[in-house]
Design a protein around this ligand. Structure first.
Ligand code: AP5
Length: 215
């Protein structure tokens, strides 16, 4: 099973990709996490990417592929969830070619549907582990007391691009550059819509139903 999780900022893509990949032995390729790690490590590509991320813009495709190519090559035979990738038509076409080259295909593009106000509410309460990327929410999935993550001694932070003015820009970028992928995957018979407004456990159940019975 190779699936794309597609949807606006704060829709719950990362939360669902993390739990479903862990429970079903799938690789989880989250371009946002990869870019944040590169930025934290202060690699030249990471620092270049951070400029765009902090402004709410998409990282240019050449910078992005420089960072994700190795990860894609390393997936091996396992199924994969692509989380937040592809994000425009050029990336989608390139992903299709890359999958073709290794004799694989995308089985489903899962579109997370929710109202913009709910996405903003989720983002404003989001906290994240700076190392493993595990996501919390101050109201819906509270982090443990104190400054460290459940998985170790890493720090719990608020993302730099979760400021309200940047969130609005990210939503605009989603509408302008990423939403055309809905038609792209619909035309190929791969689009599956899920109601992302519901509680996280219900969303997981709905996604699994869709992925296990993709017809
Ligand atoms: P990225 O990290 O991918 O951010 P995003 O797509 O904007 O999505 P988010 O991480 O904000 O939200 P999510 O849908 O994963 O929601 P989450 O599960 O965290 O990208 C960041 C930046 O990197 C981009 O702006 C861009 O600059 C760059 N980038 C990344 N990929 C790129 C690409 N392919 N090309 C170019 N540039 C790229 O949930 C949000 C909150 O809600 C959490 O607190 C969670 O606990 C909570 N929550 C989740 N589900 C529920 C639920 N059902 N009910 C209540 N709360 C919930």
């Amino acid at each position: 099973m190779n699936a794309i999780f597609l949807g606006p900022p704060g829709a719950g893509k990362g939360t669902q990709a993390e739990r479903i990949s862990a429970e079903h032995d799938l690789a989880h390729l989250a371009t946002g996490n990869l870019l944040r790690t590169a930025a934290r490590q202060r690699t030249p590509m990471g620092l270049e990417a951070k400029r765009f991320m902090d402004a709410g813009d998409l990282v240019p495709d050449e910078t992005l592929f420089g960072i994700v190519q190795e990860q894609i090559d390393a997936i091996g035979d396992r199924g994969v969830i692509f989380d937040g990738f592809p994000r425009n038509i050029a990336q989608a076409e390139r992903l299709t070619s890359m999958m073709d080259e290794v004799g694989r295909q995308i089985d489903a593009a899962v579109l997370f549907v929710l109202e913009e106000d709910e996405a903003v509410r989720r983002i404003s309460g989001r906290r994240q582990c700076s190392t493993c990327g595990h996501t919390f929410h101050v109201e819906f999935a509270p982090p443990p007391p104190g400054p460290t993550c459940v998985r170790g001694t890493c720090e719990i932070i608020q993302r730099d691009d979760d400021r309200e003015e940047v969130v609005r820009d990210r939503q605009r970028v989603f509408r302008e550059q990423t939403e055309p992928l809905v038609a792209f995957y619909e035309e190929r018979g791969l689009l599956r819509r899920i109601d992302a407004q519901r509680p996280a456990d219900d969303v997981t159940e709905h996604i699994l139903a869709v992925l296990l019975d993709p017809a």
